[in-house]
Design a protein around this ligand. Structure first.
Ligand SMILES: Nc1ncnc2c1ncn2[C@@H]1O[C@H](COP(=O)(O)OP(=O)(O)O)[C@@H](O)[C@H]1O
Ligand SMILES: [Mg+2]
Length: 279
């Protein structure tokens, strides 16, 4: 953010204000052109500006179909933007950007490979040294509580465990930026709470930059330093909320008045922008 932001202790977080944004979007929009004759184009995103600071945990919340995944794929360079410019670390994104990790809603593990070998796919694709990569993979798996499961196959793990493996795979090459597209959406509520807590703790170790997409506003407020609230399609930014809650946050924070003020605000924005129809 470009504004001075008080930290929970009341001290201004200067590193956020002076740091160059890690990810910078200017006037970025996306129109999917129809490949069919006489088909209609889809305006997925209207022009939007966004700065994401190094080390920031940004969550993006909006209803299904508002362009969240599109936004993430533009940042990752997996899909070309129609107008504007995006740069990461000062370099324009023009094609698949490789110095990042991505986690999707589906874990996309290969059923015939062991857990360790699934994580090591990242090393194979990038041509990294296998021995060093295997050591780091084991370390990451231990950090997410999966020591001892290295030689298991994906079907022998629960959904939550598999998603932990997907996070390890995304981080094997130690990217400074992690993009997550509804990573916990397919999990049951209890597993989801556990992963949310564990992921927060995991993130706090090195505070890499995270862009985390969700349609769940409680998850967005719980995890985010800032919450980007999107409008319906064509997606734009309705509002950006600074979440001033101390970390590590525990689940009980969700029942506090401060927390409710944030979720209430997002709820109101959903009503204002027509996402939710009030009675
Ligand atoms: N590859 C694509 N080709 C054409 N239209 C697409 C493509 N991907 C997404 N869309 C359209 O763009 C809009 C936004 O989709 P998406 O970014 O997936 O939304 P969200 O992730 O918020 O649910 C939707 O109307 C969707 O149909
Ligand atoms: Mg999506």
């Amino acid at each position: 953010m470009d504004v001075l932001r008080p930290s929970p202790s009341g001290v201004v977080a200067a590193e956020i204000t002076i740091a160059e944004p890690m990810v910078r979007l200017r006037g970025v929009s996306k129109v999917y052109r129809s490949l069919r004759r006489n088909g209609t184009d889809v305006e997925a995103l209207r022009p939007l500006d966004l700065n994401i600071a190094r080390g920031e945990f940004v969550t993006i919340v909006g209803p299904s179909g508002c362009g969240k995944s599109t936004l993430l794929s533009l940042i990752a360079g997996l899909s070309p933007y129609t107008t504007g410019e995006i740069d990461i670390g000062g370099r324009p994104v023009a094609g698949p950007y490789t110095d990042l990790g991505i986690v999707f809603q589906k874990d996309l593990l290969l059923s015939w490979r062991t857990i360790l070998d699934n994580v090591l796919i990242q090393a194979e694709v990038r041509g990294l040294d296998r021995r060093k990569a295997a050591a780091r993979a084991a370390e990451l798996l231990a950090l997410v509580g999966l020591s001892g499961f290295e030689q298991f196959l994906p079907h022998e793990l629960s959904g939550g465990m598999r998603q932990r493996v997907a996070i390890c795979r995304a981080l094997l090459h130690n990217p400074p930026l992690l993009l997550m597209d509804e990573p916990f959406a397919a999990l049951d509520a209890i597993t989801r709470d556990q992963l949310t807590l564990d992921f927060q703790r995991f993130w706090q170790r090195d505070r890499r930059t995270v862009v985390f997409i969700t349609h769940n506003l409680v998850e967005a407020v719980f995890l985010g330093d800032r919450v980007i609230v999107m409008t319906p399609r064509p997606g734009g930014i309705a509002e950006i909320l600074d979440i001033d809650l101390a970390r590590p946050r525990n689940l009980a924070v969700r029942d506090t008045p401060d927390f409710a003020r944030y979720t209430r605000r997002i709820h109101d924005l959903f009503i204002e922008t027509g996402i939710i129809k009030a009675e």
